[in-house]
Design a protein around this ligand. Sequence first.
Ligand SMILES: O=C(O)CCC(=O)C(=O)O
Ligand SMILES: [Fe+2]
Length: 281
Amino acid sequence: MPTPLLSEAQRHTFASEGLLVLPGFYRQDQDIEPIQHAIHDIIGQVMRRHGVPDTRPAFRPETFDEGYVALIAQNRSWGAEVYDAVKQIPAFVRLVAHPAHEQLMRELRPGSLPGIAGGGYGIRIDNPNEDRFRAQWHQEYPAQLRSLDGVVLWSPLVQITESLGPVQFCPGSHHDGPVPVHTRDPAHPNRTGAYALMLKDEAELIARHPRIAPLSGPTDLIVVDFLLLHASGHNRGDRARWSMQMRYFNFKDPTGLAHGWKGSFAAGQDFRQIHPELCAD
Ligand SMILES: O=C(O)CCC(=O)C(=O)O
Ligand SMILES: [Fe+2]
């Protein structure tokens, strides 16, 4: 690993935009392919569990998820099994703790003491034409807590195209600081926990900022400030959008220190108790 990982220009970009795209940050053979292969195998195990014949061709990195869309068309709950299983892939957990991530934190947040947000890593599977689990416009902090000063590491396992619905970001929006949120969305009662969070005055807020949706592919990394506004795209393609999320925080951040690095919904905490002043209900 070259030290430093980032140029001064890249550190400046991250500070001013709250977002940094790092093409080819990972190695396809060592880092990414073992994860794709394990997902392929787990899809096979879920087929087996449910007596679905596995007629897929042999694994190839580009088509590791072949058969998945057909599988969940048969029974959507089998997709939830795959979703829960894949975050337990050893090669994925190894990637979460990659030494380069700690190094990135040290370069982006000099003097920080990096932590891996518990419950804050996983592999999203954004199924075609399914909106229930789309992330609405949000900042990461209320959804994750741990520390105000944190980063999301977002990396796709498939080549992202316009039709797969790339994640949308508002560069520079992190300078606004934490934005109050509604913790219930009456228009969408089936959204719970972090999925129910809704920015106060969302439309006005988003309209004030530029918006980008970079296309990325396997081995690329997008680093996102915990306070940057972002939202899922809409997958209108015919394949699931598979992507990895890993989150690092800073044990030295004063806000995290004050509440003891508590996690949010995924850690069973009620965000409203920890930050009543950010609650807009
Ligand atoms: O991948 C997505 O659609 C949303 C990602 C996101 O919000 C995150 O990684 O924090
Ligand atoms: Fe997010």
